[in-house]
Design a protein around this ligand. Structure first.
Ligand code: GRF
Length: 194
C-alpha cells in the first residue's frame, strides 16, 4: 500500500511536527514523512525530527532571499516526491507563486478560531482580548496570511482561574489532536477522489 508523502515545514519547537511524525510511525496516520525542513538552523524541532530518523534540512531564510529559499524547498519537494506540504509552526509567509504551484496541497495550523486573531501571536492576542472562547484552526493555505479555506476548528475555553501558560498548554494539546485527525480525514478523502 502506498501512503501519501508529506513534507513538514517548521521554524521552532516542532511539537506539532512531532505529534504527526509519531502518528505516522505508529500507523495512526497513514502517511510517510519525507523530510522536515526548517526556516531556521536553530529550530529545536530539527533535532527532534532527526531523533525519529527523519531526513532534515534547513532553508536558511536568514541568508537567502525568500525566492531563493523557496526554490530550495521546491527542489527538495520534487526530489522527495512529496505530495503534501504541512506547515507546523512555519513562521514565514509563502509567496503567491509558491502557493499557486501547490494549490490545495499546503496545510497550516493556527492557534485561534480564524478569522479571529490571525498572525504570529494568535494565542497572546486572544488572551489579551479577554475573549472567553478561542481555539485551533486547520486550513488550506491560500495567498493571504491565515485566510485559506477552513478544514477544521476546535474550541478551547478560557477558564475562570486560567493563566496564559495553562491556556497555551490546552491550545497546544488541542492542536496535536486536531492536526492528526484532520490530516487523517483529508488523506482518506483524497484517496477516494483519486
Ligand atoms: C503552534 O501554536 C502553531 O499553531 C503555530 O505555531 C506554533 C508552533 O508550535 N503556527 P510547535 O513548533 O508545533 O510546537
Amino acid at each position: 500500500m502506498t501512503f501519501p508523502k508529506i513534507a513538514i515545514l517548521i521554524s521552532g519547537t516542532g511539537s506539532n511536527m512531532e505529534s504527526i511524525v509519531k502518528a505516522c510511525k505508529t500507523g495512526e496516520l497513514k502517511a510517510e514523512v519525507t523530510f522536515v525542513g526548517s526556516s531556521s538552523s536553530g529550530a529545536k524541532g530539527l533535532q527532534t525530527a532527526a531523533s525519529y530518523g527523519i531526513d532534515t534540512c534547513v532553508f536558511n531564510y536568514k541568508s537567502l532571499e525568500r525566492e531563493k529559499a523557496e526554490k530550495e524547498i521546491i527542489e527538495k519537494i520534487i526530489k522527495t516526491n512529496s505530495e503534501w506540504i504541512i506547515l507546523a509552526g512555519f513562521m514565514r509567509v509563502l509567496s503567491p507563486a509558491f502557493v499557486k504551484r501547490f494549490t490545495g496541497k499546503i496545510i497550516n495550523i493556527h492557534p485561534s478560531l480564524l478569522p479571529l486573531f490571525p498572525g504570529a501571536h494568535g494565542i497572546e492576542d486572544a488572551w489579551n482580548s479577554g475573549i472567553k472562547v478561542s481555539g485551533v484552526t486547520i486550513h488550506i493555505v491560500d495567498e493571504g496570511v491565515d485566510t485559506g479555506p477552513i478544514l477544521a476548528q476546535e474550541k478551547v475555553l478560557r477558564l475562570p482561574n486560567d493563566t496564559i501558560e495553562l491556556f497555551e498548554e490546552r491550545i497546544h494539546q488541542t492542536e496535536h489532536m486536531l492536526y492528526k485527525s484532520t490530516l487523517k480525514k483529508l488523506f482518506a478523502e483524497n484517496k477516494k477522489n483519486k
